[in-house]
Ligand binder design. Structure first.
Ligand code: ADP
Ligand code: MG
Length: 409
């Protein structure tokens, strides 16, 4: 058989090092945060009861990476002290949406294979009790890391109970500390005040990275991930600048670099250049928009299409009532019933939350304030994504033509 697969390794040295699961051996640019984090963990080393810690910051700012790094370090360093017996239990809560589910997962993580409990059917307190039994069986100091804990929403009883279990006599030998990590600061505010008091005993915040910080993170990662000489000068700087301007997320910067590398590789180029990054940027942006749009209802999509249409005519930013007019027309051509202007306004707010639209508040004297909206993603990305999800081909074609006429594209 003739060969069809061929190894391509001219761009990447270790592509996995740009992936989701890679754990860097060096953390850049987080010295202050690490110091504060270590300070909060000091009681563990000293053999006292651990602090509960709440760590928050946007996605991609190093919360998980720094936590993993420090836990490895801590586990290694406490082996020097015979009276400290530390266990670290990590759980990502992304797919779990209540305390109950988190408790079940924890119990099952601690039980030997075959002894797992089912994820339904027990009263919550029974599951908590089983959890305390498992924890006591381990004994010593136990740090429980609940990453992306914001996904449990308002069902936060465990965050109240777990840190108090010892004081309430549920735990005899185990000293438990909870480290809650959240991508969403609002989660902290919506926690039951009693939970806030206990869980947020120590609060750490990771701010977004700026461009020079991202560039450092990228170059230290590129050393591992990218082949020698396979990235042109200025490319890391460019990725860093784009990510800094948008989210300040190292994840975003690394994703850009990885996709740019894949694009270069697919085109048979030996070096990643800015053009590849540019292509990567627009593809990632389009993916984000598409993802956001998949979640939208029909009217959400029509609302967005109305703004796209205004953009095609170079009439954005524009206010709700003008968008409403456009929206009504679109509803008619797709034979959909029209919502009231007020509901359209809610859809526009949602689109704004998704980062697809941006809004400016305008003051108009006695008549109060009003918002005007515009696309927050490139016109072409929006319209490409739209074509995939809506069966309004004729309309989209027209909008595209108007856009071409106005030089929007
Ligand atoms: P978060 O948990 O805040 O969403 P992560 O810790 O997952 O963010 O970081 C996203 C990506 O960026 C990971 O690949 C991580 O290794 C990397 N990263 C983030 N911050 C740093 C840093 N300070 N130094 C090195 N790599 C980092
Ligand atoms: Mg994380």
């Amino acid at each position: 058989m003739s060969r069809r697969f061929e190894r391509k390794q001219n761009i990447f040295r270790n592509k996995d090092a740009l992936g989701e699961s890679y754990q860097p051996d060096r953390i850049e640019e987080r010295d202050e945060e690490i110091e504060e984090y270590m300070d909060a963990l000091q009681p563990v080393v000293d053999g006292w009861e651990p602090n509960n810690i709440f760590l928050y910051g946007n996605t991609g700012v190093g919360k998980t990476a720094v936590t993993d790094y420090l836990m490895d370090q801590l586990q290694e360093d406490v082996t020097d002290y015979d009276d400290v017996d530390l266990s670290v239990i990590s759980l990502n809560c992304k797919t779990l949406n209540s305390s109950y589910q988190v408790a079940v997962e924890l119990v099952n993580k601690l039980r030997p294979a075959g002894g797992e409990i089912s994820s339904t059917g027990y009263p919550q307190q029974t599951v908590f009790k089983k959890l305390y039994e498992e924890l006591d069986a381990i004994g010593g100091t136990i740090l429980i890391i609940l990453d992306e804990v914001d996904s449990i929403g308002g069902r936060d009883e465990l965050l109240y109970e777990l840190p108090r279990a010892r004081a309430n006599g549920y735990l005899e030998s185990a000293k438990v500390g909870v480290i809650g990590i959240s991508n969403d600061f609002k989660f902290r505010e919506q926690l039951d005040p009693r939970v806030q008091d206990t869980l947020c005993e120590r609060e750490l915040q990771f701010p977004p990275y700026d461009a020079p910080e991202l560039e450092n993170i990228l170059s230290s990662r590129a050393e591992v991930a990218i082949a020698e000489g396979a990235v042109e000068n200025g490319v890391l700087n460019y990725c860093a600048a784009l990510a800094a301007r948008d989210s300040g997320s190292a994840r975003q910067a690394l994703d850009l670099l990885r996709l740019a590398g894949e694009i270069a590789e697919n085109q048979g180029d030996d070096v990643i250049v800015e053009d590849h990054v540019e292509t990567a940027r627009s593809r990632l942006e389009q993916e984000r928009v598409e993802e956001g749009m998949r979640e939208l209802t029909t009217h959400g999509r029509l609302a967005l299409l109305a703004v796209i249409s205004k953009a095609a005519k170079e009439e954005t930013p524009c206010r709700t009532r003008d968008i409403y007019e456009e929206y009504t027309t679109l509803c008619e051509s797709s034979e959909t019933d029209t919502l009231a202007q007020r509901s359209l306004h809610n859809h526009l707010s949602d689109l704004r939350m998704l980062g697809i639209l941006s809004a400016h508040e305008n003051r108009s004297g006695s008549r109060g304030n009003y918002y005007s909206y515009q696309l927050d993603v490139p016109f072409t990305s929006a319209i490409e994504a739209m074509s995939d999800v809506l069966r309004l081909d004729g309309e989209i074609q027209t909008i595209r033509e108007i856009a071409t006429m106005n030089d929007v594209v």
